[in-house]
Design a protein around this ligand. Structure first.
Ligand code: SF4
Ligand code: SF4
Length: 251
């Protein structure tokens, strides 16, 4: 690794740090980011919230989250993701190499900055009025997962859920995300898309060599795609971190 590469955006909140924190929420072992412990102790379990089994609808006329949140913040790719981009942005929009340290090991990442308002990649004019991301469908994981698959601390463990932006009342452009109930048939499409995000989280975990419970979660969600169980759609269930082969309903 080239140690002459220095973090370019040390003063900007890091999406990578947020993502590593979320991976720590799914890990049975302690995780550090740039020398700092992400959590006081590993979570004891992971709950798959019933909101996961609702549909996330991003209103095509809306671009509120790209316009407002969560800037200023870094937008980032791991190397394999950057290599997969059909066109690599250049100039001021270039994703520049950085080094971050996870669990005392150095890793190369590629970052650029989303300013407080707007985004340099929000350039595609949509027919319905809003603007779209020119990086789609290869947009950064932070953007893709934002209001579709969230991973948060929950009691003595963690929870995976879908939810709209917090503090949306402060946004000058109201977000239009909705989370309607879906039929078992529609659920297959929704869960397949969720699975893509969880699989991308897993690729980050593997790149940073963070052990996680994600393979088990992906197995469970994948099984539901082929055998959708309406009972599960209404009841959150919980996976024990140290015994992931077992899961149970929380209520
Ligand atoms: S705020 Fe919600 S509806 Fe609006 S663009 Fe973002 S995800 Fe879509
Ligand atoms: S990179 Fe794309 S998805 Fe992310 S904030 Fe910018 S325009 Fe939105």
């Amino acid at each position: 690794m080239d140690n002459s590469v220095k973090p370019s955006y040390a003063s900007i909140p890091s999406s990578i740090e947020r993502t590593v924190y979320r991976l720590a929420l799914l890990s049975p072992t302690p995780v550090t980011f740039n020398g700092k412990l992400c959590l006081p102790e590993p979570p004891k379990n992971v709950t798959l919230g019933s909101s996961v089994f609702r549909k996330f609808v991003c209103d095509p006329s809306c671009d509120a989250c790209c316009m407002i949140l969560p800037g200023p913040i870094t937008l980032d790719y791991i190397p394999s993701e950057l290599q997969a981009l059909p066109v690599r942005p250049e100039g001021e929009r270039e994703f520049k190499p950085d080094i971050i340290v996870v669990n005392d090991r150095e890793f190369e990442v590629f970052s650029t900055v989303k300013p407080l308002y707007g985004c340099p990649f929000l350039t595609v004019q949509k027919e319905c009025g809003g603007k779209g991301c020119e990086l789609w469908p290869n947009h950064p994981l932070e953007c893709w997962a934002a209001y579709k698959i969230q991973i948060q601390k929950y009691k003595e463990g963690s929870i995976i859920l879908k939810r709209p932006p917090s503090r949306a009342w402060r946004w000058t452009i109201p977000p239009k995300c909705t989370y309607p109930e879906v039929s078992p048939e529609e659920m297959t499409v929704e869960l397949t898309s969720d699975l893509d995000i969880l699989t991308r989280y897993l690729s980050w975990a593997r790149y940073f060599e963070i052990p996680t419970i994600l393979p088990r979660i992906i197995d469970l969600v994948g099984a539901m795609i082929y055998q959708p169980n309406p009972e599960i759609f209404r009841r959150p269930f919980i996976v024990d971190m140290n015994n992931p082969s077992v899961y149970r309903y929380t209520v």
